[in-house]
Design a protein around this ligand. Structure first.
Ligand code: ADP
Length: 428
């Protein structure tokens, strides 16, 4: 194994795995901290361990990340990559800072970078400020995220309170000047006592530069974009040769469905487009669930009845005002868990009812669905849009294959659901 990735949520893990596959690295995603009793990690150029640590208590996030690190090191990973969201989702308590500190200490390293840039998806970092498309992070829809509202775009300022170490900036004037200039700047930053440097990157050229400049660091922390620059750097070092078939999955037939628990702007647009096109959809209402006037089983029964003839969307996706009202009534954490639990239960019922092509929208939602399905590993296939590939799992017990697309909230164009299903051979 060359690269061992520790991802703080499930869709983020898939996203980075997709980048690696695209560059010809054979990549397997392992769901949750691997159990050493169950044997070694799978053979691959890269193994991505998908955790669900983005919004849990910092001490838990640290413990799980260290357990994942241990498994990756035992399997011989040459480099470790802590993957977080391209919108740097975190609170002042963490978890990006505390996990980075713990991984650095365990690896005995005094320097790493922090770079959520993913220019193909509109995430760029310039002078330490994160942009989402043409807007500063703090002006984007992320300011209203249900769990990690991001109200400051200056990442040095966002990260510093989360870590005991000094945060600095690897500015674009160095990164833009190529790998040697970036390396030279890194040496200076280290000499100045900077332990974590927020790295600027505004295009794929910058990511290639960072890959080359940072391929020999024990630890990288980043969104998935930085992974674009690593495989070429590894190939130049003679560590692996790209495989043209790294992304091939099985062709599956059978019913298809979409389950959406993301309330991001992009997902709201995707649900609206699905409804406007007149496709079949069922809405999960958190307040009705809480009051018992709606049950997950009733929604599931309706969905299963419709599935025989058409793909079905089951969604809790709602506009920010509606999410706020639900959170005010139930509490932020409780509302999230109630909806995740209901959607995971529905997804499991849909798969039990024969669904073999399933799209899930929402990072936390995907994590909950995959845990409910009991899926342990995903083979990563071709991308539907940047950052979201189809993946193939084996169902526990039967070992039957299931195609899963796990979409992080902000990703995909308005037609993402239709596009994903059509790419998996569903007629719409
Ligand atoms: P994203 O990838 O867009 O951040 P997530 O699934 O990670 O999506 O997070 C969305 C959170 O909002 C989840 O915890 C989900 O259960 C919760 N949620 C979904 N629908 C609603 C709703 N209508 N009201 C309140 N919370 C909701």
């Amino acid at each position: 194994m060359i690269l061992g990735v520790i991802a703080d949520d499930f869709t983020g893990a898939t996203d980075v795995a997709s980048m690696l596959v695209r560059a010809g690295m054979r990549t397997v995603q392992v769901l949750g901290v691997p159990d050493p009793q169950k044997g070694a990690l799978p053979e691959a150029d890269a193994v991505v361990i998908a955790l669900k640590t983005r919004t849990i208590a910092p001490a838990d996030a640290v413990a799980q990340s260290l357990a994942a690190l241990q498994a990756l090191r035992a399997a011989g990973a040459r480099q470790i990559y802590f993957k977080y969201c391209s919108t740097f989702d975190s609170t002042p308590e963490g978890n990006i800072g505390p996990v980075t500190d713990a991984l650095m200490a365990a690896l005995g390293t005094d320097f790493t970078i922090a770079c959520p840039a993913f220019p193909e998806n509109g995430r760029t970092v310039f002078k330490g400020h994160l942009f989402v498309g043409d807007q500063l992070l703090s002006d984007s829809g992320m300011r209203n995220h249900p769990l990690t509202p991001m109200r400051d775009a200056n990442l040095v300022r966002v990260l510093q309170p989360q870590t005991r170490q000094r945060v600095g900036l690897l500015r674009h004037d160095s990164v833009g000047a190529g790998a040697d200039a970036a390396r030279t700047r890194i040496v200076q930053l280290r000499a100045d006592g900077v332990a974590i440097a927020v790295a600027d990157a505004v295009d794929n050229g910058d990511l290639l530069t960072l890959g080359e400049a940072c391929a020999d660091l024990p630890l990288l922390t980043a969104g998935s974009g930085v992974a674009l620059g690593l495989p070429p750097a590894y190939a130049r070092r003679g560590w692996f040769s790209p495989d043209d078939h790294a992304a091939t999955l099985d062709d599956l037939t059978g019913p298809a469905a979409v389950v959406s628990g993301s309330c991001s702007e992009a997902t709201n647009g995707q649900v609206a487009r699905w409804l406007a096109a007149g496709h079949t959809a069922l809405q999960v209402d958190p307040l009705a669930l809480h009051q018992g006037t709606q049950t997950a089983d009733a929604v599931l029964a309706q969905a299963r009845a419709a599935l025989a003839s058409v793909p079905v969307l089951v969604y809790a996706t709602a506009a920010p005002e509606s999410v706020k009202a639900v959170q005010a009534a139930l509490g932020v954490q409780a509302a999230g868990e109630l909806v995740e639990h209901a959607l995971a239960h529905i997804a499991r019922g849909l798969v039990a009812g024969g669904v073999r092509r399933l799209v899930v929208a929402g990072g936390e939602t995907s994590g909950a669905v995959v845990l409910a399905l009991g899926v342990a590993q995903l083979r990563i296939g071709a991308a539907i849009c940047p950052g979201v590939p189809w993946t193939q799992a084996a169902l526990p017990g039967s070992g039957e294959p299931l195609l899963l697309a796990l979409k992080s909230g902000n990703f995909g164009g308005p037609d993402f659901f239709v596009q994903a299903l059509q790419q998996a051979g569903v007629a719409l």
